[in-house]
Design a protein around this ligand. Structure first.
Ligand SMILES: NC(=O)C1=CN([C@@H]2O[C@H](COP(=O)(O)OP(=O)(O)OC[C@H]3O[C@@H](n4cnc5c(N)ncnc54)[C@H](O)[C@@H]3O)[C@@H](O)[C@H]2O)C=CC1
Ligand SMILES: O=C(O)C(=O)[C@H](O)COP(=O)(O)O
Length: 331
């Protein structure tokens, strides 16, 4: 039976053709999130792309929503999509882009580049007289070991770091980790970590996982990275921990709330780097290519009546590593 497929992403003609070829019998409309209309959304049986929530909730026959996010949080809220609508996420698409952001931020902080940039602006030729941190030999704690966390863990290991992973359920230990533990062991691992790298989904279990008490368990002078969801870290407590020197600094791409309010103390701290939720953007063309790949793969399965990969549970709000058919990484 012919289905109506709406694609709301800025794709090249070649990418559109990849999608059409995945299910040639279906009818397609290609648009973008900025230009999509209510009529197009109501026409669709399946949608790729995060179209406006207030419009998608008006489509009561939607069979499948493929988000271009790994964390399509607003679409999982009750009443947004029909109860039987399949929801798939884009986990697997972001590892490369975001792990490179993480490496860049880690180096900028560990090597004091961020402080030298400030001195440069003041035309100051002045060395910072204290030992500089090394990546090699550093202990890295990757909290979240899915597509993004594992991608960063592999890169950190290649640079000589010792990597420990934390996952919801411990699972197997890959060869680039010393060990992988579950959340119950997080507090034991924190005091040894020079770098704490968070790539967690926003779920009830991860909400404020890094509050003042947990930040206080971090090693004196540690660096914290957050690329998952802002809700996992208490930003006020993070600012206090950096201000007091308990943590050396932090780099955050996600905050709670977003945008971070203009008067928030984190903005003014020398060793805090803030980017506006851009670490995974399509400005790295591979990210968009990966999303098209995930969608085309699933579209073929949709046409054949098969189970889709990367299917989200509306209760756990992420695709467990243990789910059969989960696409761990596009790298
Ligand atoms: N800053 C950005 O632009 C982006 C942010 N994200 C965010 O990053 C999150 C992670 O993305 P992926 O790595 O693709 O997802 P993923 O599903 O591959 O990995 C999630 C990891 O978090 C772990 N986890 C989940 N709940 C946990 C808990 N309670 N305790 C300990 N570990 C827990 C899982 O075991 C898994 O290892 C997404 O859910 C999304 O919210 C994703 C893409 C872009
Ligand atoms: O995938 C997710 O989850 C994200 O947070 C997005 O990748 C963020 O994407 P942009 O809004 O920066 O395009």
């Amino acid at each position: 039976m012919e289905k109506h497929i709406l694609v709301a992403l800025p794709l090249t003609e070649a990418q559109r053709e990849t999608i059409r070829q995945a299910a040639p019998r279906f009818a397609y409309r290609f648009t973008t999130q900025e230009t999509v209309t209510r009529e197009e959304i109501l026409w669709a049986d399946a949608i790729l792309g995060n179209v406006p929530v207030d419009l998608i909730r008006q489509n009561d026959h939607l069979a499948w929503f493929q988000s271009n996010f790994a964390g399509p949080d607003p679409y999982l809220e009750p009443g947004v999509l029909p109860a039987d609508c399949l929801v798939t996420n884009a986990t697997g698409a972001y590892g490369l882009a975001i792990s490179e952001w993480m490496l860049g931020m880690w180096l900028a902080l560990a090597k004091d580049l961020v402080l030298y940039r400030d001195r440069q602006h003041r035309h100051e030729w002045n060395a910072i007289e204290r030992p500089v941190r090394s990546i090699a030999g550093a202990r890295v704690l990757c909290v979240g070991m899915g597509d993004i966390g594992a991608s960063f863990a592999r890169r950190a290991h290649l640079l000589g770091a010792e990597v420990v992973g934390v996952r919801r359920h411990a699972g197997e230990c890959p060869d680039y980790c010393l060990r992988v533990v579950d959340t119950a062991h997080l507090d034991e691992e924190l005091p040894a970590a020079d770098l704490v790298a968070l790539s967690l989904p926003g779920t009830p279990q991860t909400y404020r996982m890094f509050d003042a008490a947990r930040l206080a368990r971090c090693k004196q002078g540690a660096i914290l990275l957050n690329v998952g969801r802002g809700s996992t870290v208490d930003c006020d407590a993070l600012a206090a921990a950096v201000q007091s020197g308990a943590l050396y600094g932090a780099a955050i791409d996600v905050t709670d709330p977003e945008p971070l309010p203009p008067d928030h103390p984190l903005w003014g701290l020398d060793t805090v780097l803030i980017t506006p939720h851009i670490s995974g953007r399509f400005s790295l063309p591979r990210t968009l290519e990966n999303i098209v790949g995930i969608f085309a793969h699933n579209l073929q399965r949709f046409a054949a009546g098969q189970t889709l990969d990367n299917q989200m549970s509306r209760t756990t709000r992420y695709v467990s590593e243990d789910t059969p058919g989960r696409r761990l990484t596009c790298e």
